[in-house]
Design a protein around this ligand. Structure first.
Ligand code: KG4
Ligand code: ZN
Length: 349
């Protein structure tokens, strides 16, 4: 079997990667659009798709060069079909289909969340199942139970903001650059995580779903009470002490809430692996706490390297490999989608 090329354009990163059929990443290229969207404080969908259109051919060329391959040496092409910003998804999906058709190779449409979900196995192929996998990014906060590599039940999802979205919004209110998550991670180390008492989200239904908007609003109220001064443009890291305390307390609560559900789900499902993926899985406190929880529960804790946590085509290629190896390509008519529904656990009788 020949190598597979994957492309990923679901949000604001343009990415391409080449993988060998056994899962080795031969090259992985990500072109970030952070500088394009930073002045707007968030991703502008139309700008994102236009930049994908311009960047994708160079990014694919760089990935092929990195792998030392010419297009005819590829055996298959994969691309993200959703969920994501539709205009952005369509660029990579159309490109992937056209390349596959032009080369006369099979095409594989990949679900972006499944790609995140499978990413912990890219670098740790022997992680045992059953597994609980937390997918936390700017757009998603999903907890899945995977009895095997191809099975997934949605155990919890957010009812409102995603974890990364809440971190980004609180950071934005403090005048920190976009995306705020990495800034919160770094600046929270200067504050006291117990200084500001923020409520741990609780659902009246008693369900396992996440909810971050109440926590975010409490943080915003705290800022308003203190009379917010914008972060100095020359040094966005120079904040008053109470702001470091707020960031530390807010980050701790976000992590507490994420862990609270993982613990509850672990009691129900008894996983052998506790893994996480997505941009927020770069967060140092969350990594520390997930690793400690796995030890406490006698499970294996795992998360990808930071470069494979944020959006990347290598995980898309990795997720396509099962179907590639099984010789089960997607239809070239595979549609793009903005959102999707997941099977949940069967309620106890
Ligand atoms: O997976 P990703 O690149 O894109 C989406 O699919 O959303 O995740 C981006 C999110 C942003 O909200 C960003 O602030 C967050 O991941 N993020 C972090 C960290 N690095 C990235 N959040 C907390 N701590 C970090 N170190
Ligand atoms: Zn993502």
């Amino acid at each position: 079997m020949k190598p597979l090329l994957a492309v990923e354009t679901s949000c604001d990163d343009t990415s391409a990667a080449v993988l060998s059929p056994d899962g080795a990443v031969l090259s992985s290229v990500v072109s970030s659009q952070t500088a394009v969207h930073a002045p707007y404080g968030g991703v502008v969908p139309e700008l994102a798709s236009r930049h994908h259109l311009g960047n994708l051919p160079c990014v694919v060329e760089a990935a092929l060069r990195g792998a030392g391959l010419a297009p005819p040496e590829l055996g298959a092409v994969a691309a993200t079909a959703g969920p994501g910003l539709l205009g952005s998804v369509l660029v990579g999906l159309s490109y992937g289909k056209a390349l596959a058709a032009g080369l006369g190779r099979p095409f594989y449409a990949v679900n972006h969340i499944v790609a995140h979900l499978r990413s912990p196995w890219m670098e740790h192929s022997s992680l045992p199942h059953p597994a609980l996998v937390l997918v936390v990014s700017g757009g998603h906060s999903h907890l899945f139970f995977c009895a095997s590599p191809r099975e997934r039940l949605l155990v919890a999802a957010t009812r409102d903001d995603a974890a990364g979205e809440a971190l980004d919004k609180v950071a934005k209110h403090l005048g920190l650059p976009y995306p705020g998550g990495p800034w919160v991670d770094r600046l929270a180390r200067r504050g006291n995580p117990r200084a500001v008492l923020l409520p741990l989200p609780r659902l009246s239904s008693g369900g396992l779903d996440y909810s971050f908007s109440g926590l975010k609003v409490s943080a915003l109220h705290h800022m308003n009470r203190h009379g917010l001064a914008p972060a100095p443009a020359e040094d966005p890291e120079a904040l008053p002490a109470w702001e470091y305390d707020l960031l530390a307390s807010f980050q701790k609560r976000v992590v507490d809430h994420l862990l609270q559900r993982v613990k509850q789900a672990a009691r129900i499902f008894g996983p052998r692996t506790i893994a996480m993926a997505g941009g927020v899985a770069c967060n140092s406190l969350l990594r520390e706490r997930i690793a400690a929880l796995a030890v406490e529960l006698g499970a294996t804790g795992a998360f990808p390297s930071p470069a494979y946590c944020t959006d990347n085509a290598a995980m898309v290629g990795f997720a396509a490999l099962d179907s590639y190896r099984a010789g089960a390509p997607s239809d070239l008519a595979a549609d793009a989608f903005a959102s999707c529904v997941w099977p949940g656990p069967t309620p106890a009788a």
